[in-house]
Design a protein around this ligand. Structure first.
Ligand code: GLN
Length: 492
């Protein structure tokens, strides 16, 4: 079959179960595509062809023996932030260019138990800091919809790989929008779960109180399959919730759009930086949901102006602490011929980390230092609480909150936005992380340059099933999620 990459995850599970094709054929098909097409996209940092074929053979054998479960033999790409036993894990950084993890992240281990076949590790902004994937030590990744544009970030490799049909689905992480924004830029569905729903064990830490892994795929249905693998309590992560995960696939029709109260924050839709096409497409999608029976309710989220300053204080503060372990001594990049220990630290860290990461370490260290701690970090934590309360108040009168995922569509590669412009691009995503809430991006059309636009739906705590279900209903009634970039149409 030449078009296996066009099948949805459900269709892949059905095809494998009915022996229409083997995992080996499916895996070879994807590896061939990667070999032919990824030179243009640069989504993979590492392709694990040999291991993938071995895993595919094992999956086929297991299926023959009657031991297969639903996803046995389905391929996946992992963001290069998840530790993979015996395979390089770089976090997009020179610092970890030579790092081979001695263990699997829980998410990766769960994928193995589910029988997923790892095609490789995909590109990302260095240590997940960025919105374009350009800060990766390994270079930029292209947006499959327009190769001179970025796929977004930080999970840009995950988004580009799926959008170019170089993987059926991929893992991502979202500290401040890094699943939702690249999903938006690449026309995909991506879910950022409630903080604590997906284990952070073995996921290289950026800002620990905000980091959360989640699925990226074409549709809510495909995401639900991956959520069933990723979600669940993990004793190895102290912030993991001791609460059973849902069966997200079984729940795809659990929420009716009829009567669903969707909050429309005035502050979000009147924001100065919101692109007119993005606004129009998002409003059209909301109109569609209204036609399907949803009730649109205007709400206020009064803390909107404090999102960017609060996030860009807390995230760098936590990053400065998390990244202190990369000192050139224990592992990671090590400067040559140090004259003394201080010289080793200094040169390893200034050569091993890129510019954006270094800037954030400096800002974070400053904010945490004696004399400034109360004025900055403690204050930001107080504002964070107010942002959370603002959402909780809104959820007293609405079921979900709608927003764009990003104020614009994808930027050009090398556009060199100022740092302030880049940070303001996170306005619609970061508050969700500060509050620890779940949110989903769904593709809802294109701008005048044929670049994808995304709708974001934010839910109350633990409402992943509801969000997936609402988007699934929307995707049953529309076909934006089935649109493919020209490069995805190419056959290998
Ligand atoms: N743009 C956000 C940042 O640079 C993305 C963070 C993320 O979700 N990893 O911090």
């Amino acid at each position: 079959m030449t078009d296996l990459h066009r099948l949805s995850v459900r269709e892949l599970t059905e095809g494998l179960a009915a022996a229409k094709f083997s995992s080996r054929e499916l895996t070879e098909h994807y590896l061939k595509r990667i070999e032919k097409i990824d030179a243009q996209v640069q989504s993979y940092v590492t392709v694990t062809a040999e291991q993938a074929l071995a895993e595919a053979n094992a999956a086929d054998a297991l299926r023959k023996a009657g031991g297969a479960t639903v996803l046995t033999g389905v391929p996946i790409a992992h963001k290069d932030i998840f530790c993979t036993h015996g395979i390089k894990t770089t976090a997009g950084s020179k610092m970890l260019d030579n790092f081979i993890s001695p263990y699997d992240a829980t998410v990766v281990a769960k994928g193995k138990v589910a029988g997923l076949v790892t095609l490789g590790k995909v590109n990302m902004d260095e240590f997940a800091m960025g919105s374009t994937s350009e800060s990766s030590y390994f270079g930029a990744t292209a947006n499959p919809w327009a190769l001179d544009h970025v796929p977004g970030g930080s999970s840009g490799g995950s988004a580009a790989a799926v959008a170019a049909d170089l993987a059926p689905f991929a893992t991502g992480t979202d500290t401040g929008g890094s699943i939702r924004q690249p999903a938006s830029f690449c026309g995909l569905t991506g879910l950022k779960p409630t903080y604590g729903r997906v284990s952070r064990f073995g996921m290289i830490a950026y800002a620990s109180s905000l980091d959360q892994g989640g699925p990226m795929a074409r549709s809510a249905e495909d995401c639900a399959y991956l959520m069933n693998v990723m979600a669940g309590h993990d004793a190895k992560d102290s912030t993991s919730i001791e609460k059973d995960a849902d069966n997200y696939v079984a729940n795809l029709n659990s929420t009716s759009v009829k009567g669903l109260r969707i909050g429309i924050p005035r502050q979000y839709f009147n924001a100065a930086g919101l692109d007119a096409d993005v606004k129009a497409r998002v409003e059209e999608s909301l109109k569609k949901l209204e036609d399907m029976g949803a009730v649109l309710v205007e709400i206020d989220l009064n803390m909107t102006e404090s999102y960017v300053p609060t996030y860009y204080l807390i995230a760098p503060a936590e990053a400065s602490s998390n990244l202190s372990r990369f000192d050139g001594v224990r592992y990671g990049y090590r400067a040559e011929n140090p004259v003394d220990l201080m010289d080793l630290y200094k040169r390893s860290r200034s050569k091993g980390f890129g510019k954006e990461v270094q800037q954030r370490i400096l800002i974070g260290t400053y904010a945490l230092s004696a004399g400034y701690y109360d004025a900055y970090y403690v204050k930001a934590q107080k504002v964070r609480r107010l942002i959370q309360q603002d959402f909780l108040k809104a959820f007293e009168s609405v079921d979900v909150i709608a927003a764009p995922s990003a104020p614009t569509t994808a930027y050009r590669i090398g556009a060199n936005l100022s740092q302030v412009e880049m940070y303001l691009g996170d306005i619609y995503t970061i508050a969700v992380n500060l509050a620890g809430l779940p949110a989903i991006n769904a593709p809802v059309g294109f701008d005048k340059d044929s670049l994808p636009v995304g709708l974001q739906l934010i839910g109350n705590y633990w409402s992943e099933s509801q969000l997936l279900s609402v988007v699934h209903q929307y995707q049953q009634a529309t076909d934006w999620h089935t649109k493919r970039a020209a490069i995805a149409e190419e056959n290998a």
